[in-house]
Design a protein. Structure first.
Length: 522
């Protein structure tokens, strides 16, 4: 049969198949077109007689290799089509980071937690200076009056009162002071890392609150549009019922959906207000710029890079510094139980009974706490146990951060995939709801319940798209915060140099920004 004779039949089948979608005959016929499958020659399916079996571990030749199966996810499909991550209208990622960083900077400056950690850091640095001061000669100055004798016994002439000066210098202490200084310096370093960790926490709380506020505002706009649409249907049905009282039940259904839409709108506004209150708690009452677009230009992260830099997270460095501090403390406690050699120089200006002034005196003094009831050994064991506990905490934190980053990466990718799918579904549901409305209003082939259900499904798809997309943004923020580079990412710095040692890497992410180095306000 000629091809042109099949066209009326194809058009009829297409019209019957897609009658509910309001498609034209040409469009429906286009959807029914199928690609011709080319037959595979039988010789291509037969293997040569001398061919050896290929096991999974064999490396096949290039001619026998097959192309890897591509991912069926929405992200992989869009990447294969476009080649790069799609850019949506609105501020670029660099502009968004600058916008977020200004807000985070304000929150960090006024955060009580960061100010408290800064105070603890300054106290730890003062403890270092206190330990270093023990290396210098220790001078004591005292004074006493002339003694008065009373009671029974033989009375002797007493000299006059005077001033006593004594200076003691530690000559050898088995490393007690040196280990004490090292222990205090490690504690100061741990306090510095604590400031950096608190800064990361505040930054993560701010950016997630911004994303939550942006999400709830978008949902509020969708809910308002949904309520307006339900209000239009109610007003239209009121006019219809005035002319045809038999359709009053349809008006009741529309009113019920209108109340539901209004309740959803009020719930979205309440959540947006909660997010605004949280943001005001963090940054105060100053206005904060938030993009009004329904999609932001925030790309996915590099998982391997974040897993690498997470090994130098501030909390991990803090726990490691605490472990080293406890080890130095154990050494200092052990050295304190050994003999200590001091050089003592003293002078007393008091005169004896004959009015003679005493000369300067100098001597070497050895002190040794020979028995302390086992307290020295117990203190040493306690310090070593604290060091071991800190090392175990470091291992646990490293494991938690790794799985937290992996979970957030998986969440971000799956949520963006679902957002893309819901976006496509929203396009289709929008066409369906329009077709249902026309078929109900003009042709009478649909019921009002079908129209209301289509409107509700379209609204639900739009909300699901916004929810998944902004939840993905929060998951991306969680990845950066779990790796300890959220502040670096907000400032727009490039990736860390992986070849640098941990000490150099720490310098790339400044723990205390310049705007936090001002002295505390008393």
């Amino acid at each position: 049969m000629p091809r042109h004779s099949l066209r009326p039949v194809t058009c009829l089948v297409a019209a019957l198949s897609f009658s509910g979608l309001g498609l034209t005959c040409a469009r429906a016929e286009e959807l029914l077109q199928f690609a011709r499958v080319m037959p595979v020659p039988e010789q291509a399916l037969k293997a040569p007689a001398n061919a050896s079996p290929v096991t999974p571990r064999d490396n096949p030749s290039p001619s026998l290799r097959t192309a890897p199966l591509g991912s069926v996810s929405a992200l992989a499909y869009s990447a294969s089509v476009g080649g790069t991550t799609p850019v949506v209208p609105g501020p670029s990622e660099s502009d968004l980071r600058k916008m977020f960083f200004e807000t985070v900077k304000t929150a960090v400056v006024r955060s009580p937690e960061v100010l408290r950690s800064r105070g603890e850091q300054q106290a730890a640095e003062s403890d270092v200076d206190q330990a270093k001061g023990q290396r210098w000669p220790q001078m004591d100055i005292g004074s006493q009056t002339q003694s008065k004798q009373f009671g029974g016994g033989e009375y002797n002439e007493q000299g006059s009162g005077g001033i006593q000066v004594s200076m003691s210098t530690m000559l050898y202490d088995w490393g007690r002071i040196g280990n004490t200084v090292d222990s205090r310096e490690k504690l100061a370093s741990a306090a510095q890392e604590n400031v950096s960790a608190k800064t990361e926490d505040i930054g993560f709380e701010v950016v997630t609150t911004l994303a939550e506020l942006g999400k709830q505002r978008q949902i509020g706009q969708l809910s308002q549009a949904f309520a307006n649409r339900m209000e239009e249907l109610v007003q239209m049905l009121r006019g219809i019922v005035a002319a045809d009282p038999g359709r009053a039940s349809e008006l009741t259904q529309a009113k019920a959906r209108l109340l539901q839409a209004q309740a959803l709108r009020d719930a979205a506004r309440a959540k947006a207000q909660d997010a605004q209150i949280t943001l005001n708690k963090l940054v105060g009452d100053q206005p904060v710029a938030i993009p009004e677009q329904s999609a932001w230009n925030i790309g996915l992260t590099d998982l391997e890079y974040l897993l690498d830099v997470a090994q130098h997270h501030p909390t991990i460095r803090q726990a490691a510094a605490q472990a080293e501090s406890a080890e130095f403390e154990a050494k200092a406690v052990h050295a304190s139980g050994l003999p200590q050699l001091n050089w003592v120089v003293s002078k007393n200006t008091a005169e004896d009974a004959l009015g003679r002034e005493q000369p300067w005196q100098t001597n070497l003094s050895v002190t040794w706490g020979a028995f302390r009831g086992g307290s020295t050994r117990a203190a040493e064991r306690a310090a070593l146990q604290r060091a071991d506990a800190s090392r175990q905490e470091t291992a646990q934190q490293r494991r938690d951060l790794e799985f937290r980053i992996r979970a957030a990466d998986n969440d971000a990718r799956t949520q963006l995939e679902r957002a893309a799918l819901y976006r496509n579904l929203s396009v289709e549901s929008d066409a369906i709801r329009k077709a249902f409305y026309l078929q109900w209003h003009h042709l009478g082939k649909r019921t009002l319940l079908d129209v209301l259900t289509a409107e509700n499904d379209h609204y639900g798809n739009q909300v699901a798209e916004i929810t998944n997309r902004f939840d993905a943004y929060q998951s991306i923020f969680r990845q950066y915060a779990s790796a300890g580079v959220l502040m670096q990412w907000l400032q727009g710095n490039g990736p860390m140099d992986m070849d640098r040692p941990p000490q150099a890497k720490h310098l790339l992410v400044e723990a205390v920004p310049a705007y936090m180095k001002q002295p505390l306000q008393r």
